[in-house]
Design a binder for this molecule. Structure first.
Ligand code: PEP
Ligand code: CO
Length: 449
């Protein structure tokens, strides 16, 4: 059976090679967990997934813009109200700035409520003279460098489900309950502008957004309408652990279609997008919007096939290609892809991940990314799309609302030597709250002019 046939079922991926799966030591224990997961309620609902797809269809034509962001890897110990609130806050703040500058709705998608499983470049990791199974995310094992901690434990999938449920519960409460009200988010932006060493640069736009809000109030637009005092935030994660995703895949009773109800949007990572692989097979059959990461060594024919397999009907909003080429290669690698997809008339949301091909090792050995490299890739992304007359549809960041020191640069000019001050990530380095807002103000200036 090949993935070109329509012969799909929730478990047809098992007939294909699944890369990056944990070596669970006890299969019976895994099946017990999966059976329990199958009976638990869906985390998100088909109707919400369809709304996201409809919004993403607008991002294909430039009538909406996708903002996707959150941790590289969520940690169970970080599932707390303050941390969820801070991540949400920074996403909302970025969205207001981008909405004002771009003049189109911003679709807010968190890497949140389920981003618990990570692909790794090697099955093992050697620390000192200890060789351990690699850390594969909290839904598989623990990051501590000991044999016990690194043993994959399927009960972690259940815990991951519960952590995702409580995160979503809080997100829903925050976004409906007044926390996301426009004037409040804008007041936070003004606070940021006041505190940032680069504040003067951002002050003008923040002032204009204030004026726009006051104008709406003046002409009598009620600040109590849902459009003004609520926000819609969607969830996403890399669909890596296929047995978990299968267990959360449900048939929508209103349409008879299959949706992966572990999150609204699922993406396939750069390491698992083999055309004849299990991840592509699984995701081609669920009706969620799907993202695919595309790195600088892509093969054009391979991407064309992938697009055909994942979106044979060319449905707008179904497929987001998240390019992550690195600041030095984007200008060479993006145009051929854009031209070919345009020539074929493919409906694609083009999103830019300026993080994953700009990772470097700092002097002290820490993995980091430079703020200016990130900005450089984003800038090239917009400029290339404008030059090719295609639509830059969105951006994808690893970020946190916390005051971490993981990426160098930005207005506070975090240096290599500062990385140890507050380096928390168990996977890739994230922009902190200030750096995230700076990026959004910089993009805003760029798209407005
Ligand atoms: C990620 O998004 O954390 C990731 C692993 O990305 P990629 O698949 O693009 O390397
Ligand atoms: Co990452």
């Amino acid at each position: 059976m090949t993935s070109e046939t329509n012969n799909w079922s929730k478990s047809s991926w098992k007939e294909f090679t699944a890369h990056q799966q944990p070596n669970w030591p006890d299969e019976a224990a895994v099946n017990k967990v999966l059976n329990e997961l199958k009976t638990l309620p869906p985390l998100v609902f088909a109707g919400e997934i369809r709304s996201l797809k409809a919004l993403l269809a607008k991002a294909v034509t430039g009538d909406a813009f996708l903002l996707q962001g959150g941790d590289c890897s969520e940690n169970f110990s970080h599932v707390t109200a303050p941390r969820i609130r801070e991540t949400l806050k920074v996403l909302l703040q970025m969205a207001v700035t981008l909405t004002y500058a771009g003049g189109v709705p911003v679709i807010k998608v968190g890497r949140i409520a389920g981003q618990f499983a990570k692909p790794r470049s090697s099955d093992t990791e050697t620390i000192g003279d200890l060789t351990l199974p690699s850390y594969r995310g909290d839904m598989v094992n623990a990051a501590e460098p000991s044999l016990e901690a690194r043993l994959p434990n399927p009960k972690r999938m259940l815990k991951g489900y519960n952590m995702a449920a409580s995160t979503l519960n809080l997100l829903r409460a925050f976004t409906r309950g007044g926390f996301a009200a426009l004037h409040r988010v804008q007041a936070w932006n003004q606070e940021f502008v006041l505190q940032s060493p680069m504040g003067l640069t951002y002050e003008r736009m923040a002032g204009q957004i204030d004026q726009a809000i006051r104008f709406m109030e003046t002409i009598g637009i009620s600040m109590d309408t849902p459009q003004i005092n609520q926000a819609q935030v969607f969830t996403s994660h890399e669909a890596l652990l296929l047995s978990y995703e299968q267990a959360l895949t449900r048939i929508d009773s209103t349409t008879g279609d299959c949706y992966d109800c572990s999150a609204h949007l699922l993406w396939i990572g750069e390491r698992t997008r083999q055309i004849d692989g299990a991840h592509v097979e699984f995701l081609r059959g669920v009706l969620n919007p799907i993202g695919v990461k595309v790195g600088p060594d892509y093969d054009l024919d391979n991407i064309k096939q992938l697009v055909e397999v994942l979106n044979p009907e060319n449905e707008p909003g179904r497929l987001t290609l998240i390019t992550r080429f690195g600041k030095d290669r984007i200008e060479k690698m993006l145009p051929p892809l854009l031209r070919e997809m345009k020539r074929e008339g493919r409906h694609i949301v083009w999103s830019c991940d300026p993080m994953h091909a700009n990772t470097i090792t700092a002097a002290g050995g820490r993995k980091t990314r430079s703020f200016s490299d990130i900005l450089s890739e984003v800038t090239s992304f917009f400029e290339t799309h404008w030059a090719e007359d295609t639509v830059p549809g969105g951006v994808h960041f690893e970020l946190t609302g916390e005051n971490v020191t993981e990426c160098i640069g930005g207005a506070r000019d975090i240096e290599d030597k500062d990385l140890d001050i507050n380096y928390e990530t168990t996977c890739d380095p994230r922009l902190n709250a200030e750096q995230s807002l700076e990026v959004s103000f910089q993009i805003a200036e760029m798209i407005r002019s």
